[in-house]
Structure formats: structure tokens, C-alpha cells
Design a protein around this ligand. Structure first.
Ligand SMILES: Nc1ncnc2c1ncn2[C@@H]1O[C@H](COP(=O)(O)OP(=O)(O)OP(=O)(O)O)[C@@H](O)[C@H]1O
Length: 269
């Protein structure tokens, strides 16, 4: 992967989530899919959210993104209440979400162009983030000409080109093969160190969470278990930057988090 040192730090934002709850469907019917979620994410932190299927991870992320309203509680990013999507909060999903009719560089330039930034700024940002994800040679290609891993790199570059203060990622590497996945994890970790952007990253992979996160938020419950989704525990990951997935400390954290996830399922069953 090409070395890059040109990523400028963003102005990361802090996130405050207080007594957050979400109930789908009509008021008064059904239980909360998620309830009583309190979480403070300081600016620049990388937080991973794990938990069994249906515990509300994606719901939490969609509310943070402003894609859907909370039923109760508050969410603020950099002190501002979240009520709608904003390029300041970049979102990356599993299914890349690229514009198929635009080339790689046009996909990356899309956000800065929409923001009506001057042409030279758009050009500079596009080439900077193409380089950041190692795709400079593929600038003129179209998404269908790229592998899944490359498409996800474009999706990440496209979000970064908006200079977001927060990145929200929902299983972004879930559809990739193991080798591509681990190389993108290392790349994302480096990009995070260089940009300093606040990241909230949802994953089913406990290993991925322990590799990437400063803290892992373990959620439990969920509507299908008859208990609203909630935070079971927040686990700090004090493993420094160069993480060895084979080290005893790494594996001990994996074991601990895995036990919490399974306890969550059993307690809710
Ligand atoms: N649009 C919706 N309408 C009704 N119920 C929904 C909707 N979206 C999610 N739910 C329900 O809310 C609960 C939490 O869903 P959510 O997708 O947030 O969980 P998750 O932890 O991300 O699950 P997974 O790991 O399977 O993606 C689930 O019971 C789900 O069925």
C-alpha cells in the first residue's frame, strides 16, 4: 500500500448520547428496539459497537447519522443536536453505495463539488484521498471495474473528501474476503491516526473490534428477545497502535468481549 503523509487532521467532533430510545411502528405498540443508551465519545476516539443480531447497533448508527429520529433521548455531535444527515457525519455501509455512472475520481469529488468548493480544492482533495486509499492508478475506472475491496476504498475516500468530523461505519468490511478485510482494517486504522476523525464502527467481528477500537461498546437484548437493546458494558482496549492479533492480551480481550456478547444473548433469551 502506498505510503501517504498528506492527510490533514480533521476537526473531530465529540458525540453525546443520552437516554436514547427507539420504538418502531405506532406509538404505544411494541417494545423499544433500543432504550436507555448513554454514551460519550470524545473527539478523535475510535469506538466499535458489537452485539448479537437485533440488539440495535444499526438503529443507533442510523440515529447518529440523522437518517431516522429517536423516539426518546438526545444525540449531539459537537454540541449540535442531530436531526438530519450532514456531510460532517460521513457514513460508510457494507454495500459501498457508489454512483455507478461516475468514475472513481468523480465519486470522490462528488461531495466537495456539491459543497461548491473551488475547483482547485476539489482537485486537491480528490487526488489526496485517491492516494490515501491507494487508488490513484484507478482514478478513471468505474465502480463495476473494481473489486469489492477497491470499491470500499472508494467509499471511504469519498466520505473523507467531505472532511467529516465524524465517520459512521456499519459493517463496512462485512462483504470482503478475510485478506482484503484485514488489509482494509490496517488502512483504516492508519487513516484514523492521520485524520484524527471520531469513528463509530459497527461490526459482528469481535477480532475486528479489538483490532480497531479505543473502546468496544457491547450491546445486548433487542426487540426479538423481549428486552430493549441496551449497552451491556464498555470495554477499553489499551493495546497501543501496532496490535498483534496473536498476542495473549489481544486474545484475552477477545475472550472477554465474546463472553459479554453471549451473556447478552442468554440473559435476553
Ligand atoms: N425499520 C424498521 N422497522 C421495524 N423494526 C425495525 C426496523 N429496523 C430495525 N427494526 C428492529 O429493531 C431491532 C434492532 O434492529 P437493528 O438493525 O438496529 O439491529 P442490529 O443490532 O444492527 O442487528 P444486525 O446485527 O442483525 O444487523 C430489531 O428487532 C429489528 O427487527
Amino acid at each position: 500500500m502506498p505510503r501517504i503523509g498528506t492527510i490533514r487532521p480533521t476537526r473531530p467532533a465529540d458525540i453525546e448520547i443520552s437516554d436514547l430510545g427507539k420504538r418502531y411502528g405506532r406509538t404505544g405498540s411494541g417494545i423499544f428496539a433500543m432504550d436507555g443508551v448513554d454514551l460519550s465519545v470524545p473527539a478523535g476516539e475510535f469506538v466499535c459497537v458489537v452485539g448479537a443480531s437485533g440488539c440495535g447497533k444499526s438503529t443507533l448508527l442510523r440515529i447518529l447519522a440523522g437518517f431516522e429520529p429517536a423516539t426518546k433521548g438526545t444525540v449531539t455531535v459537537a454540541g449540535e443536536s442531530v436531526s438530519k444527515p450532514d456531510p460532517e457525519r460521513g457514513v460508510v455501509f457494507q454495500d459501498y453505495g457508489l454512483f455507478p455512472w461516475l468514475s472513481v475520481s468523480e465519486n470522490i469529488a462528488y461531495g466537495p463539488r456539491q459543497a461548491r468548493l473551488p475547483r482547485d480544492v476539489v482537485r486537491e482533495r480528490t487526488s489526496r484521498f485517491l492516494e490515501a486509499v491507494g487508488l490513484t492508478r484507478f482514478a478513471a475506472k468505474f465502480p463495476h471495474e473494481l473489486s469489492g475491496g477497491m470499491q470500499q476504498r472508494v467509499a471511504i475516500a469519498r466520505v473523507l473528501a467531505n472532511d467529516p468530523s465524524v465517520m459512521l461505519m456499519d459493517e463496512p468490511f462485512g462483504a470482503l474476503d478475510a485478506l482484503t478485510r484485514s488489509s482494509l482494517q490496517a488502512e483504516l486504522s492508519r487513516i484514523h491516526r492521520e485524520t484524527g476523525t471520531t469513528v463509530v464502527f459497527v461490526t459482528h467481528s469481535i477480532e475486528e473490534a479489538v483490532f480497531l477500537a479505543d473502546r468496544v461498546v457491547v450491546m445486548a437484548g433487542g426487540a426479538s428477545h423481549g428486552v430493549p437493546g441496551h449497552i451491556r458494558e464498555i470495554v477499553p482496549i489499551d493495546l497501543g497502535t501496532d496490535r498483534d492479533v496473536t498476542s495473549p492480551e489481544f486474545n484475552e480481550l477477545k475472550r472477554h468481549i465474546s463472553a459479554l456478547v453471549h451473556q447478552g444473548v442468554e440473559a435476553a433469551a
